[in-house]
Design a protein. Sequence first.
Length: 134
Amino acid sequence: MQSEENSPGSPEDWMRRACSDLRLAKITPPPGVMLENLCFHAQQAAEKAIKAVLVFLNIPFAKTHSIRMLIDLLPENYTLPEYIEEASRLTDYAVISRYPGYAEPVNEKEYHEAIYLADHVVSWAEKIISREVQ
């Protein structure tokens, strides 16, 4: 795996991108836009928010879309809210659901769950980076 250890970007840079993806995930989809595409942005928001925390903590990480892999890099002394653990479910939206024939279409309930998880992960990361929690 290629390390992103030397990749440019501050925690704030990563958070700006995470927030941008979250905004895209929350848009009212124009006709013809599939919920799978919006869930991809929810996954990206959570992924980039966790990477922002890792950058903040000076923890190198490999290029991956696996939220579980990123969560596992967090220090053991960090108390992780349950929704951070649950966010690993978003990983399927990074690849599998984006291509025809690999997954069932995303329904409204799944879409709202993806937004809920991404929203909470981004908020959690913002608090970590602003040094409000550990």
